[in-house]
Design a protein around this ligand. Structure first.
Ligand SMILES: Nc1ncnc2c1ncn2[C@@H]1O[C@H](COP(=O)(O)OP(=O)(O)OP(=O)(O)O)[C@@H](O)[C@H]1O
Length: 738
């Protein structure tokens, strides 16, 4: 088993690297050409291509070809190449590569959480050598990264945190040819001290050059010291022999010493400053410039407090490279690209366009601001990443650069649950254990529990979550628990305990809230009450909470209104309006002549999002209006249409669990959400889940008091047409309800 992700001398990778062999010797010519090309501000293919020379490997051939001059999305020209072709080219594997896979049959057995693997522990799982093959799911992003590495294209990845964006960016740097790497040296410019010269040499040569310069300087200094000692000796000898003033002699000797020291500094200044040293790099650089300030991103020139008198540091020695320079011939990764200040984004654009960028002092008041080097190469592939809002706040021209000369990809949050995927999730555990280096491997039972959690966290039936950072957190906490007990393997109970410990802040808050309400006996979980319904809501992304709704209907003084507190007013009004159309049909009561008071008991303003409480409000109003009590051992969630259909909402699993914790026995959910229910085993026995598609079904289950209820439900059924169209609850479903 190997997990060699950081150092890799595997020659297979190099096999795929037919990108233009831009030799260091040719770089300066290229730079000159580039400068010529880039005077044209239009989005010409050559100006934005990361390779500077805008050459790329011909698709399906080994020939080099020049990118289409018209800048037609050149990325497309290899889009026909399949991932498998690319895999073959890079010699990459896409499976577990383990003998344990030999007998795996891919029929889907829902209960087989190991996806057919027969292992004693995750230690038996072999991990692919290439980092890009560690990435699970995100097939499109993976293919794009492979293509973009080959063609030297930029990539923009948008998606949720922890789905593998930076992992893919790093993986890309492993796919780039390391033989292109260069050392960058900055030299003193005798003609203009404030414009240091810049030279690039093949990786490893820089150190030789510096050593040679140091050796020369050492020899020169030795000669000077020797010369100085002779002169000093002559002066002192002369004073002694001639009997001239000894003091004068000593002063003359000191003056000679200072003179020599001064000129020695000048000769040391000839030693170049190596700002990029690629000598020991085993792969193309990967620079993460997320949140970098201007100096760290674009390079800087340090301030010199002694700017004269022979004490100053030569300007070329004060030059510091930026991430864009260190990423030369490699990958520059910028997460949360929208948080980079606009000026930096503009400069980044120039750097991308030119393939080189002069370094100057970033602080206007520093002496470094007077210095500006010759252009320093920064021929990197840019991987910009961010959440969805990154698109809105990102500099449009920068986005256009990336889009025009590269790819944009949206990261998936979930993936279809298949035996193959489950095996990959087992491999993910093995990867995380190996990466951490201290965690005990997982037993099959523990691994199953992680897969189960991946299913639950997806929030969708038949899917697994791709938010791997969080899932990795669970693996680490479970492993830590096992390690603390000196176990050989991480076991199922460690994972169960880890699940409790790695609860989000919202989950912890929700649990405290449920406990508190129990203390104050605010939770009513038995009996029947008129106008009071246990509603369910979500807090944060992964925790549910029970929020009772109370309604009272009273004759209006003038026009009737819906009265609710705070922000919930609007939601309450909408819910009452939705239900009023139905009420008009089955009841003689005109709601517009009534004041409807709605109270979200102890809700504060948290948890009640969107319209997921609208069937709760409707039930409470109808109960109050008709004076029929509601079962309090029951809770509900669902959105109501004007026709009485119950539409799907989000977070049903968390809501059901919260209700179960509060002692509720029956839970009404929208029928369309039935497939999303993935509650923990411990709650399965505690609650009965009733999927419904129409308000009449809600009332049938929720109302107590048989006779009144039956007549009401019958009336409702006849007017809502539920009997005619049982599927109606799923029609027009809201794709991302809350
Ligand atoms: N698709 C994946 N396959 C396997 N492991 C993953 C995947 N995505 C994330 N991980 C694990 O989660 C860790 C964090 O992922 P990564 O830093 O790449 O996320 P990200 O998308 O860049 O998130 P952010 O935007 O917050 O930086 C990785 O180091 C890896 O261990």
């Amino acid at each position: 088993m190997s997990n060699d992700t950081d150092t890799d001398d595997d020659p297979r990778r190099d096999g795929g690297s037919e990108s233009p062999a831009e030799t260091p010797a040719s770089r300066e010519e290229d730079a000159a050409e580039r400068t010529g090309e880039s005077t044209e501000p239009t989005e010409d293919a050559s100006d934005g291509a990361p390779s500077g020379k805008a050459q790329q490997t011909g698709e399906g051939t080994d020939d080099e070809q020049t990118v289409d001059e018209h800048g037609e999305d050149a990325a497309e020209d290899t889009s026909t190449q399949s991932a498998d072709d690319l895999d073959d080219e890079y010699g990459l594997e896409d499976d577990l590569g383990s003998e344990v896979e030999a007998d795996i049959r891919d029929e889907f057995d829902e209960d087989d959480l190991l996806g057919g693997l027969d292992i004693d522990s995750t230690a038996e799982i072999s991990i692919p050598d290439e980092l890009v093959d560690h990435v699970i799911g995100q097939d499109e992003a993976r293919d794009i990264v492979k293509k973009a590495a080959k063609q030297r294209r930029h990539v923009m990845m948008i998606g949720s945190p922890g789905t593998g964006k930076s992992m893919l960016a790093k993986a890309m740097s492993h796919l780039l040819p390391k033989e292109d790497l260069q050392d960058v040296l900055v030299y003193h410019n005798p003609d203009d001290g404030n414009e240091p010269k810049v030279r690039t040499v093949p990786a490893g040569k820089g150190e030789q050059i510096i050593d040679a310069h140091k050796e020369e300087a050492r020899k020169r200094n030795q000669l000077r010291t020797f010369l100085m000692l002779i002169i000093v000796a002559i002066i002192l000898g002369y004073t002694l022999i001639t009997g001239a003033s000894l003091l004068l002699g000593i002063i003359a000797a000191v003056a000679v010493y200072i003179l020599f020291r001064y000129t020695q500094r000048g000769s040391d200044a000839m030693i170049p400053n190596m700002i990029v040293n690629a000598a020991d790099q085993t792969q193309a650089p990967f620079e993460d410039a997320t949140g970098a300030h201007a100096g760290a991103l674009l390079g800087d020139v340090r301030h010199d407090p002694f700017q004269s008198g022979g004490m100053e540091t030569p300007s070329h020695d004060r030059v510091e490279p930026g991430a864009i320079h260190k990423a030369n011939k490699g990958v520059l990764f910028v997460d949360e690209i929208n948080t980079l200040d606009i000026r930096s984004q503009q400069k980044l654009m120039t750097a991308i366009q030119e393939g080189e960028f002069s370094i100057t002092g970033q602080s206007e008041r520093s002496s470094g601001a007077m210095v500006q080097t010759e252009p320093v190469p920064c021929d990197f592939i840019m991987i910009a990443a961010g959440n969805r809002d990154a698109l809105e706040n990102m500099h449009p021209a920068l986005r256009s650069r990336i889009k025009g000369y590269g790819y944009e990809v949206f990261m998936d949050d979930t993936i279809e649950d298949t035996p193959e995927m489950r095996r990959k999730y087992i491999r993910f555990i093995a990867q995380e254990v190996e990466k951490d280096g201290r965690l005990p491997h997982f037993t099959p039972e523990a691994a199953k529990e992680v897969v189960l959690e991946a299913k639950r966290r997806s929030g969708r039936k038949g899917h697994l979550t791709l938010l791997f950072r969080n899932l990795g957190g669970l693996v680490r906490v479970a492993g830590d628990i096992a390690r603390a007990e000196d176990k050989e393997f991480t076991e199922r109970e460690d994972v169960l305990q880890a699940k409790k410990r790695s609860r989000s802040i919202e989950q912890q808050l929700a649990d405290t809230y449920i406990e508190r309400r129990k203390d104050y006996e605010l939770t009513v979980a038995d009996g029947d009450v008129v106008g009071r319904v246990n509603g369910l809501a979500v807090m944060g992304e992964d925790s549910g909470i029970m929020l009772p709704v109370m309604a009272e209907v009273a004759p209006a003084q003038g026009g009737g209104q819906v009265i609710a507190t705070g922000k919930l007013q609007e939601m309450a009004e909408e819910s009452v309006q939705n239900v009023s159309a139905i009420i008009k049909k089955f009841s003689d009561v005109d709601l517009s002549e009534k004041d409807v008071h709605i109270q979200f008991v102890q809700a504060g303003q948290q948890g009640v999002d969107g319209d997921s409480a609208s069937i709760t409000v409707a039930t409470a109003v109808i109960s109050a209006l008709e004076d029929i009590p509601v079962r309090q051992d029951l809770a509900m969630t669902g959105s109501l249409s004007v026709r009485g259909d119950v539409l799907p909402v989000g977070g049903v699993t968390h809501k059901i669990e919260a209700a179960a914790k509060s002692g509720i026995e029956t839970i009404i959910i929208p029928k369309a959400n039935e497939q999303d229910v993935m509650i923990e085993d411990e709650y399965e026995e505690m609650v009965e889940i009733v999927p419904v598609s129409n308000i009449s079904e809600v009332l049938d289950v929720a109302l107590a008091g048989e006779t009144e209820k039956d007549s009401l439900v019958d009336r409702l059924k006849s007017i809502t047409g539920q009997a005619l169209d049982p599927q109606v609850g799923q029609a027009g479903s809201n794709p991302s309800p809350q």
